[in-house]
Ligand binder design. Structure first.
Ligand SMILES: [Zn+2]
Length: 222
C-alpha cells in the first residue's frame, strides 16, 4: 500500500484506483467487492487495524466488509442512514435506481451484510478525521475530513474516473447508481467549500490539484 499523507494509505487493487480502499491510521475505510477480501487482508498483515468504516453501503464498497470484520475481530462503523442496508444488503438494491448497471453491480460485487457496531454521525471523530454527512449517492453516505492538512476522503460524492470506461477525470457519480442526484450535488458543494488539498475517491486516482476541483464544481449547474 502507498502512503498518501501522514497516516493515510491507499491499498493496491486491480485495476489501479478502480475501487479504492484506504487505511486511515488504524481504521480501514471501505472494503471493495466481495472478491477483494483476501487481497485486502494480505495488505493489512502486520498492521494494527482497530475498526472498519464505510463511506456508504453500496456493493462495491461493502463487499468484503463482513469477511474483514470477522477475520480481524474488529467493529463495523457506518453512517446512520446506511446502517440498515449494511446489515441487510437487500435494502441497497431496493434503494438503487432500477437500472441494468445497478442490478449488475449488485449481482457481481455485493457481499453479505454484517452487524453495525457504531452508527456514524456528522461531527464524529474517526482516526483523526471528522465525519461529514454527504448524502445523495446513498442516503447515509459520509465523508471523512482532516482539516489540519486538508485531506478529504470523499467516497462517491464525485468520481475521479468514469466507472464504466475507467477513463480518468472528474465526474458526478452516474445517475443510474445514485438515488438522489440533486442531493448529491448539494453534498458536492458542501465538500468543495472545504477547499481540500488532497481528495481521495472511491473510484479514481487521488487528486492533489485543489484548483481543478474548484473549477469543476464552479461549472456544475446550481
Ligand atoms: Zn462506488
Amino acid at each position: 500500500m502507498k502512503e498518501l499523507a501522514p497516516g493515510v494509505w491507499q491499498l493496491s487493487g486491480f485495476p489501479p484506483n478502480g475501487i479504492n480502499v484506504f487505511l486511515l491510521e488504524d481504521v480501514l475505510v471501505d472494503a471493495a467487492s466481495r472478491h477483494a477480501g483476501r487481497r485486502i487482508l494480505r495488505q493489512l498483515r502486520g498492521r494494527t487495524v482497530t475498526a472498519h468504516a464505510l463511506t456508504h453501503a453500496h456493493p462495491d464498497h461493502q463487499g468484503a466488509s463482513k469477511e474483514i470484520c470477522e477475520a480481524l475481530s474488529i467493529p463495523f462503523w457506518v453512517g446512520e442512514r446506511d446502517a440498515d442496508a449494511a446489515e441487510n444488503p437487500d435494502l441497497i438494491k431496493e434503494r438503487q435506481p432500477d437500472h441494468p448497471v445497478a442490478r449488475f453491480y449488485d449481482r457481481i460485487f455485493r457481499g453479505p451484510g454484517r452487524r453495525v457496531d457504531r452508527v456514524l454521525h456528522e461531527g464524529d471523530e474517526v482516526a483523526g478525521f471528522k465525519v461529514l454527512d454527504s448524502p445523495g449517492h446513498s442516503a447515509g453516505h459520509v465523508s471523512y475530513w482532516r482539516e489540519s492538512d486538508r485531506v478529504l476522503v470523499l467516497g462517491d460524492v464525485l468520481n475521479n474516473m468514469d466507472v464504466i470506461t475507467a477513463v480518468p477525470g472528474l465526474h458526478e457519480p452516474k445517475p443510474f447508481l445514485t438515488p438522489d442526484p440533486a442531493e448529491n450535488r448539494r453534498s458536492i458543494h458542501k465538500l468543495a467549500a472545504l477547499k481540500p488539498e488532497l481528495v481521495l475517491f472511491g473510484h479514481g486516482a487521488p487528486l492533489r490539484d485543489a484548483d481543478k476541483l474548484q473549477r469543476f464544481v464552479e461549472k456544475l449547474p446550481a
